[in-house]
Design a protein around this ligand. Structure first.
Ligand code: BES
Ligand code: MN
Ligand code: ZN
Length: 489
């Protein structure tokens, strides 16, 4: 629970008060009042350079005779993107609250505008987030309280309440996406994703359709079904419709790769780190999270979410290298590597989405290891033939704190996926691996505005990120939501 409360800091009863400071460590009147109650401890920490306000720097002070028992200083460094810096500082404070066993937190970062309150609310929630469903709790006497309620110390006003509500809407979408991503593959199955889409639909009165193997066979989705051929689990094509526009305007289509586990299939992956391939459904989780947020924000826009969910498994019935399959669009695909399965699922979703005549289609997929080589874990790879759309999506990502970077999608690269026996092959080798994957997708998007996000490096982290623990980051929820917000009237 997050609320807005008095900016008068000494009035707060929470055991922990977090104070976000830039590298000038300058104190506002409210912070000076708190400092006085602490006997000048904050000013001393700053003048002694024990605390310099550097980005991510923290210093824990003990409280005075009354008021908060603990005061946590959180540095933001030289701030250029204020919402981004506040969000990060809020996440660090909330993580620290969990570690300290503080069930309540007061958060202060000076005066805030609507967008900044939104950022702080999201940061607090993201920092407190944890996945505990499959862990046994420690015995009662060893248990630390977890952050349950936070107050943002800022003068209340209608715009700031709106910022709070939007921040909480984003937080719900982020938490949902991160939870789904963190869930192991035996629990987060295609059926589970379909059930989650159903829950979202029921919560917000949306339309949802779920197809299984039979319906996909009737539709001729030979590319998606080839991937699903090796698993006994029923693959799911999930369509979720949010109709927020007052008129019947063309929807924005969000498409997500939902590989609940990717073993590589017959072209099996090496065992080292294979468990991370439970994260191969982060695109799908992003779609579900974004729609949860968009519905909560009641954005005046039509959005259609489409997810292709299955697992990629080796078995006697699995598809195999050399197979040629007919896609939903009618183009033939030669399978040269069964580990290049995501693009085969997306291919059929991209041609299927055309029937909804979307204004624009964005897909997000943990598609290639090559994008991690190119951009690391910092930026999402962005691919489109439409430069204006690239700018629009990268700007949306910036606002969301999810950086993206353009990579080429030029016809010169089509050569990489030329096949001797079919219209294309599903993998193009090591050179330009992310572009050849995107070029494959492009074959199924003729005549429609489309952009592809390769989130293999950004959707989850194998290391602790200071503001977030290792695991799912929430990407691409923010980019999706900001893009849709940018287009909402
Ligand atoms: N899901 C993987 C991509 C991936 C790799 C995501 C590492 C996150 C971390 C995808 O299905 C895959 O296996 N891609 C192959 C393509 C290759 C066979 C052409 C890859 O990147 O190695
Ligand atoms: Mn794969
Ligand atoms: Zn995959």
């Amino acid at each position: 629970m997050i609320t807005l409360g008095s900016p008068s800091l000494t009035a707060h009863k929470a055991p922990l008060l977090a104070l976000a400071l830039g590298d000038t460590t300058e104190l506002t009147a409210e912070a000076r009042e708190l400092d006085a109650a602490l006997g000048g401890a904050i000013a001393r920490a700053s003048s002694s350079r024990d605390f310099r306000g550097a980005r991510d720097e923290t210093l824990l002070l003990s409280g005075g005779a009354s008021g908060p028992r603990m005061v946590l200083l959180v540095g933001m460094g030289a701030v250029s993107d204020r919402p981004g810096a506040l969000r990060r500082a809020a996440a660090i404070a909330a993580r620290q609250a969990n570690k300290l066993g503080a069930a309540e937190l007061t958060w202060y970062g000076g005066e805030l505008n609507e967008r900044e309150v939104e950022a702080v609310a999201l940061g607090l929630s993201a920092g407190a987030w944890d996945y505990t469903e499959t862990k046994t709790l420690p015995p009662e006497n060893e248990r630390r309280a977890q952050l349950a309620s936070a107050t943002i110390a800022v003068a209340d006003s209608p715009p700031l309440q709106r910022g709070l509500a939007n921040g909480l809407a984003l937080a719900e979408g982020h938490s949902l996406a991160r939870r789904l991503a963190m869930m192991p593959g035996n629990l987060c199955t295609p059926e589970y994703l379909a059930g989650t889409a159903g829950d979202i639909a029921a919560r917000h009165g949306l339309e949802v359709t779920v197809w299984g193997r039979t319906e996909m066979q009737e539709e001729g989705m030979g590319s998606f079904l080839a991937v699903a051929q090796g698993t006994p689990q029923d693959p799911k094509l999930i369509v979720l419709k949010y109709n927020g526009a007052k008129n019947g305007s063309a929807p924005i289509a969000l498409i997500g790769k939902g590989l609940c586990f990717d073993s590589g299939g017959i072209s099996i992956k090496p065992p080292q780190n294979m468990e991370l391939m439970k994260f191969d459904m982060c695109g799908a989780a992003g779609v579900l999270g974004a729609i949860e947020t968009i519905a909560r924000m009641k954005l005046e826009v039509n959005v259609i979410g489409i997810i292709g969910a299955t697992t990629n498994m080796p078995s006697g019935t699995a598809f195999k290298p050399g197979d040629v399959v007919r896609s939903h669009l009618g183009k033939y695909i030669e399978v040269v590597n069964t580990d290049a399965e995501g693009r085969m699922v997306l291919a059929d979703l991209l041609s299927y989405v055309q029937r909804f005549k979307p204004a624009v289609t964005i897909d997000a997929a943990t598609l290639t290891g090559a994008v991690v080589i190119a951009l690391g874990h910092i930026a999402t790879g962005v691919f489109s033939s439409d430069d204006a759309l690239v700018t629009e999506v990268i700007d949306a990502g910036k606002r969301a704190g999810e950086p993206g970077w353009p990579l080429p999608l030029w016809d010169e690269y089509k050569e990489l996926i030329k096949s001797d026996v079919a219209d294309m092959k599903n993998a193009g080798g090591r050179a330009a691996g992310s572009t050849s994957a995107a070029m494959f997708l492009k074959e199924f998007t003729e005549g429609m505005p489309w952009i592809h996000l390769d989130i293999a490096g950004t959707a989850y982290s194998e290391t602790d990120l200071v503001a977030l623990p290792k695991g799912p980051t929430g990407v691409p929820v923010g980019t999706f939501v900001e893009f849709v917000r940018g287009r909402a009237s």
